[in-house]
Ligand binder design. Structure first.
Ligand SMILES: [Zn+2]
Length: 384
């Protein structure tokens, strides 16, 4: 299946409806730099390991998970090779995630089992019903692959494992860094549009119990952005400046030279560890259009794009992919099978695969989420 990483408008041309694609050995504890030793207040712990794959390119890790902890394993190849998740096994010996179950499935669960360039992210639990986790020794098995997907034996890989326990699993908080590419924030109209869109995004997530704290930054990067999944050292460098693993939202002019790409995530889910793909991209020009000014409708759309793309980064798939033959692995989003039904029943969902507009500047709001979609976001370990 195509990977649903982009968000594009439907209103430019009907053809677009068919074109969518979908610290080595050094334990560290941090929570916004605060550390008072109370695990209920300071619930994040992070460990890093440098490992070498075996002669078959396989990596095997033992994870010491405490009862109820969420955890995230990020394999960082760092050189553009492909890293891949084979399986995750719980302390009772049950394989809770097996790549073979998902390669040909009509349902999307995690991209970790498809492999990713630079870094691959396995977050557990994924759905609400996959948790809470059992304490004990979990086993993670991954692979290091060449870009042609042949195995890469004896390959060094940095692994970051983050564990977090919640005081309140029904609510979350996320720190966001909105990073302007070089020169983008010199246009006051762009800054106005971005800040208003961030306010929309904040409102959308607040309605589901997730609080955003947003800071603005600059990133030394050409505003003609590459595809997010192609990796940028500047993303890793920016993310590494923060101890609390914020979401990085990069504001550029365009993505991959295509102004119909409104926003893009690197992976579903993306890594909370600092890697070359630790970012979500948004094209301000794709929203503002040729006049360079933001209407209210364009601001709404950009706020929804920010919420949608970061929703992918936190693990949500589209409830249905256009083509109407692939769905997310949630039982409270309908498995609709044609465009009319899907638009009628899921068109207002934040994670619908495209915008539904009467004109470019007038699109239907897409701000709904099902309880189980929200559950996926709350399980992402980067969400406090
Ligand atoms: Zn999408």
């Amino acid at each position: 299946m195509n990977r649903p990483l982009h968000r594009q408008p439907s209103c430019l041309a009907p053809v677009l409806l068919l074109a969518l694609s979908a610290t080595t050995g050094c334990p560290y504890t941090g929570n916004n730099g605060k550390n008072n030793g109370d695990s209920a207040v300071n619930p994040l712990r992070i460990e890093t390991q440098s490992v070498v794959s075996d002669s078959g390119g396989v990596i095997t890790l033992s994870l010491d998970v405490q009862d109820g902890e969420r955890f995230q394993v990020v394999q960082d190849d760092g050189k553009g090779g492909v890293v891949f998740t084979d399986s995750l096994t719980d302390p009772s010996g049950t394989k809770v995630l097996d790549w073979q179950d998902w390669q040909t499935s009509k349902y999307s669960y995690t991209e970790a089992v498809y492999g990713a360039k630079y870094a691959n992210t396995t977050n557990w639990p994924i759905r609400e019903e996959d948790g809470p986790t059992r304490g004990g020794t979990w086993t993670f098995v991954g692979d290091t692959l060449k870009s042609n997907y042949s195995q890469k034996p004896n390959e060094p890989v940095d692994i970051t494992i983050a564990y977090r326990k919640d005081a309140d699993p029904t609510h979350g908080a996320v720190h966001v860094i909105v990073a302007y590419c070089t020169g983008v924030d010199s246009d006051p109209e762009v800054v106005r549009g971005v800040e208003a869109a961030v306010a929309t995004w904040t409102q959308i997530w607040a309605a589901f119990g997730i609080t955003l704290t947003v800071d603005y930054a600059e990133i030394a990067l050409d505003p003609a952005l590459p595809n997010t999944s192609d990796g940028e050292q500047a993303y890793q460098d920016l993310a590494a400046q923060y101890d609390d693993h914020p979401l990085i939202e990069v504001i550029g002019d365009s993505i991959a030279g295509d102004l119909t790409i409104l926003g893009e995530t690197s992976a579903i889910p993306g890594p909370m560890a600092a890697t070359q793909i630790t970012a979500v991209e948004v094209s301000w020009m794709g929203h503002a259009g040729g006049n360079g000014n933001f209407s209210d409708g364009e601001i709404q759309m950009m706020g929804e794009t920010m919420a949608h793309e970061t929703g992918h980064f936190l693990g949500m798939f589209h409830p249905v992919e256009d083509g109407w033959q692939y769905w997310d692995y949630l039982d409270d989003t309908e498995d609709c099978t044609n465009q009319n039904t899907c638009e009628a029943d899921l068109g207002s969902n934040l994670m619908f695969p495209y915008t539904i507009c009467t004109t470019f500047t007038s699109c239907d709001p897409q701000q709904d989420l099902s309880p189980k979609q929200v559950g996926i976001m709350l399980n992402y370990v980067g969400v406090e």
